[in-house]
Design a protein around this ligand. Sequence first.
Ligand SMILES: [Zn+2]
Length: 336
Amino acid sequence: MTVSALRPSAISPTVDFSVDGVQHGFLRLPYSRDDSAWGSVMIPVTVIKNGEGPTALLTGGNHGDEYEGPIALFDLARTLTAEDVAGRVIIIPAMNYPAFVSATRTSPIDRGNMNRSFPGKPDGTVTEKIADYFQRELLPLADIVMDFHSGGKTLDFLPFCAAHILPDKRQEARSFELVDAFCAPYSMKMLEIDAVGMYDTAAEDMGKIFITTELGGGGTATAKSAGIAKQGVSNVLRKAGILKGPSTASVTRTQWLDMPDGNCFSFAEDAGLIEPLVDMGESVVTGQAVARIHPIGKTGAVPKDVCTKRDGILCARHFPGLVKPGDCVAVVAVTI
Ligand SMILES: [Zn+2]
């Protein structure tokens, strides 16, 4: 353990996580700056507790431009009563609050990407201090951890709930059970291309049951994607025994998908104007062109195709109309 890991967190909660009832408050993080010498970042938090039982830690806004999670969680925090709950629900609708307020993926204060900042640092940047608080104070309280994501401004996804392949097969099975219970139109056995520093990994390494989502993208939400988020979180709390009543998973089926290896991803090698050749959810075969990149510097230049490296269905795509070398253009998943 490093010396810095022994320092107390910079964050003070204005709620008491051990008290029964509904509390709305803040995680207050001192942040001295030009417009507020002794100012703070105030991250909204709700804790709803009723007696003994499991704890669910629910987060959105890990990336600031993804909206289904914040919509579902601000809604849940406002409507859930202590009588509804057996156990405890901790709701943080916008985990990287500075990023959420500025509608950007990363924090405008330090450019910190929350999902690459774990385990964080108590004496680090604002984003690292938030990560440290989750790592050392909130994750240990939780039995199940659910972190909402979507594609943000640069990606779009088929709506799915997901968990990862884990070394502990019992932990993995319980995570996939909760994904199934969320009952999004699609459920994913998810492969990460850049897992270092992720909140997911921090929770899983602590032995927690961790699930996440990708529910759309483009820097907005739709009526359908927001509805999936709201229904899904309530299904998960029911499956965990924290909420009463049947989940819609008993009447609706989800389509399971797998991302077996890095061949699921296709990246741009050129810059230009992107023309989709396949829409989301459509079947593709290995070597098929899923998008075409038109050079925009001059007329008469030949466009470059971006091709798939495996059979499957298109489950994610680059969202903006212009693309740069290295951008993820398409993700293909396999139906199982
Ligand atoms: Zn995200």
